[in-house]
Design a protein around this ligand. Sequence first.
Ligand code: ADP
Length: 644
Amino acid sequence: MFRKILIANRGEIAVRVIRTARRMGVATVAIHSDADAAAMHVAMADEAVHVGGSKPSESYLRGDAVIAAAKATGAEAIHPGYGFLSENPDFVDAVEAAGLVFIGPSAKAIRAMGLKDAAKALMAEAGVPVVPGYHGDDQEPGRLEVEAAEVGYPVLIKAVAGGGGKGMRRVDAPADFVNALESARAEALGAFGNDDVLIEKYVEKPRHIEVQVFGDGTRAVHLFERDCSLQRRHQKVIEEAPAPGKTPEMREAMGAAAVRAAEAIGYSGAGTVEFIVDASDGLRPDRFWFMEMNTRLQVEHPVTEAITGVDLVEWQLRVAAGEPLPARQEDLSIGGHAFEARLYAEDVPKGFLPATGTLAHLRFPDGARADTGVRQGDRISPFYDPMIAKIIVHGPTRDIALGQLSQALEGTQVAGSVTNLAFLGALTRHAGFAAGDVDTGLIDRDLDTLAAEPAAGTATVALAALGVLGLEAGGPVQGFHLWSPLKRTARMTHRGEALEARVEVLGPGRYRVEAGGAVHEIERGAGWRIDGEAVAADVVSHAAGVSVFGRDTQHFEPVDALAVAAADAGGHGRIEAPMPGLVKSVFVKAGDAVKSGDRLAILEAMKMEHTLRAGRDGVVAEVLAEAGSQVEAGAALIALAEDE
Ligand code: ADP
């Protein structure tokens, strides 16, 4: 086994590889960009090397700098993770030329699968079923149009160098072909610097089922399938293993085809053979076709680990270090059912726009595996994929595992950035998904319902109000004493809209809250009770505001109490202490004329001095507190005379 390896990646996959390496007694070297200097993978590794600027092209994609870092630290092998340099055969050649081991397949195997057209030709030769279509060299638009008609509409135009759904267009009728071809080509040229395309029959009711394979360079085994049909714009959202509704007969046929594919190219290490399946008439062994092979560890590998009990990274390290395949096909079996949901910092209502932000609060649920590369306080930067974590559950049956996923997502708490959590939660409650009736069009068909933002109910606003006033822990009631006002107003904003709630303290941990026209009696014991009913909600104050976590998580921003104090003066002519504190100075006396913005008093609270100013022009009617006195929140300090 290696003594030390370098991980040429970042985020959750770097962290995940480090964990297994550590368990196996292998020392780890992280690499990082400027933006990632204090990232979780850097903190976890035994050593870390700075390789360049924040843009991937200046750091994680710089093969020369990565190899130099490995040499300088004495690492014997390089684990590429996924993305970045993981499927770059020139990098593999350079790693080997430097006398290091690449933890993955040979450059030759990667090249064989690098372009979709050549890969399809190779697979057809090896007896693996491929999607009917045209994958020839002649790229003349007229020729492609003729081929598309031959294949029969609808067809799919795919960039041969494609990945991540880029350069792909579905065409339903011949009249649309030329335009679709042009836009697919332009996108492919921009993304891959190669605008060659192939034409495929568009499979109806398509399901994406992929087989995990593992090779030693000669022989290969498969570790069953993953169903990745829940997709948005050809990007996976929730994956599962095994595939619902799959018969042993079809599993056998697909597994054998995937092993043939891997052995045909002398595959070594972890790889995935992706198939498209026509599910219009159930799953049938003669209705699956090879799409492409991913010559690396996949994002969704944990569902396979869950059902097989295999640590795929351990297998990668062992085989790369020269050990034989750790298991024979007959040693492998499926236990239970697993799901993985991809938690992203993205704005779902704004069309799933990638988001950034500092994670003011971050908590993962018990009873689920959370693969993450960030901690509370970390920043989701604009430079990289905005994934926050992968939430993985494993249960004895699909039904139970889906329930676990739903609960795990409800128990996942993120504040400081918008996320797709509500969308993922809605998917777990989708009737078709629950029935296992999945295909790649499911999300798009029901997008409006799935992506709808849950509204904040009055009970949720009431809980948020307690958080805004610092009462979320129940306990002793600060700022509420017999001789100070027992009613206080919590002011906050929710998605930019101003909200107010009146909170009345009834006793320790007991409140009556008026919000949005409703009145709720709330009790804080071991958990929350609202109007006599136990409610599974968690109210948390953090640097970005107050969150009420639960099934319909909502975030609120308290409105600055001091700004309100000044504004109140404008409205009511009363200057109140916005928080408990010491009156340091009072600058006015009864009868003084003041102008809006004039300093009236200084309150020392929370170790800081706050200047209280007049909110409007007027005459001081009364000074109710003198310098040196301790006041409670809400106490009136100065009153202005009513306007005539
Ligand atoms: P990429 O490499 O860009 O991810 P793939 O070839 O893996 O592209 O295809 C991505 C997704 O597009 C598949 O998971 C599937 O949902 C859809 N797809 C691909 N080929 C077809 C096809 N022939 N018919 C219908 N859908 C397809």
